[in-house]
Design a protein around this ligand. Structure first.
Ligand code: NAP
Length: 296
């Protein structure tokens, strides 16, 4: 196999479109499919072929990359695609799915003779567009040569967590990292909501913690989105964050730890979505602290 591959990207939302673009720019032959075709069409300008069905997208693929919303969506789409794949084809599964779903997807891969890589990513819209994601990957050592050019095109580095994609080591690491991201997002939203309610200028809060260990770039970045009206287009949407928070709570339940903060975050994301903020950046969970008419 040469370094120039035929790569099929299933799912071209915020992350998938950026990853497909970088694969095309790295010289790979990209075939893209998205449920809402219009979101995939701009990729044609990069030389990608846009397919009408998942099965059409994966014909002749060396590697299939899935970047969909959640585990059920991946299973549904791969059930349509898999019969058109040659046994032995590598499947890089980068959607954030739960620990239960990763087992089910690995079983689906085994059913069709596909080589399964559990490969979630760290990083959001901007690193995805820059090809600077961190890929957390688990999969067989002897299949890695086939997928390394793909991982290199979308990411700045790959952290290998194990040799068996089915055991979910990469997904477990991803869920731990996202529990931190979600906790920081919730804390940011609540600190700003409290400052608004108490009549505290947020800048006084930033100045008070500035330069010390409680200050962090993430607080500043998410606060700016809330305070300066930068919630659209989202880097990581409220509805996606709710899905991830629930996956984290479920993983905690399965492994016997209580995660009260993640459960509360999931409810805040759900409330913000019900207020009409679902498509906005997850920082919009801030609005869940207010009755709908007092937030803006
Ligand atoms: P997104 O923009 O909402 O894209 C989701 C994609 O899934 C879209 O292509 C959507 O199709 C498709 N989809 C949803 N349900 C489907 C179904 N039932 N059947 C077929 N297609 C379906 O989300 P994203 O931000 O790119 O995130 C994609 C994945 O990466 C998620 O698992 C997310 O947790 C993970 N992730 C996101 C980030 C981030 O910062 N955004 C970072 C790391 C990981 P339509 O266009 O038709 O709706």
């Amino acid at each position: 196999m040469t370094d120039t591959l035929t790569v099929s990207v299933l799912g071209t939302g915020i992350m998938g479109a950026a990853m497909a673009r970088n694969l095309a720019r790295a010289g790979h032959s990209v075939r893209a499919w998205n449920r809402t075709r219009a979101k995939a069409e701009p990729l044609a300008e990069e030389g990608a072929r846009i397919a009408d069905t998942p099965a059409e997208a994966v014909e002749g693929a060396d590697v299939v990359l899935t970047m969909l919303h959640d585990g059920p969506a991946v299973a549904e789409v791969m059930r349509q695609a898999a019969p058109a794949l040659r046994p032995g084809t590598a499947w890089v599964q980068s959607t954030t799915v739960g620990v239960d779903a990763v087992e089910a997807l690995a079983a689906l891969a085994a059913e069709y003779g596909l080589v399964f890589f559990d490969a979630p990513v760290l990083g959001t819209r901007q690193p995805a567009e820059a090809g600077r994601l961190t890929v957390l990957a688990a999969g067989p050592t002897d299949g890695r040569t086939a997928v390394t050019p793909v991982l290199d095109a979308v990411g700045a580095r790959t952290v290998w967590t194990g040799e068996d994609g089915a055991d979910g080591a990469a997904t477990r690491l991803k869920l731990v990292a996202n529990s931190w991201v979600i906790a920081a997002t919730t804390a940011t939203g609540e600190a700003l909501a409290l400052s608004k309610a108490l009549g505290v200028n947020p800048q006084d809060f930033f100045d008070a913690i500035g330069g010390g260990p409680l200050d962090m770039g993430y607080l500043r970045a998410k606060s700016a989105l809330i305070l300066d009206g930068g919630l659209e287009p989202a880097s990581f949407a409220v509805t996606t964050a709710e899905k991830d928070a629930r996956l984290i709570v479920e993983a905690g339940q399965r492994y016997g730890v209580r995660l009260d903060g993640a459960a509360a975050s999931a409810d805040r994301f759900a409330r913000a979505a019900a207020q009409g903020h679902g498509h906005e950046d997850m920082a919009a969970a801030y609005f869940a602290s207010f009755e709908p008419d007092e937030s803006r």
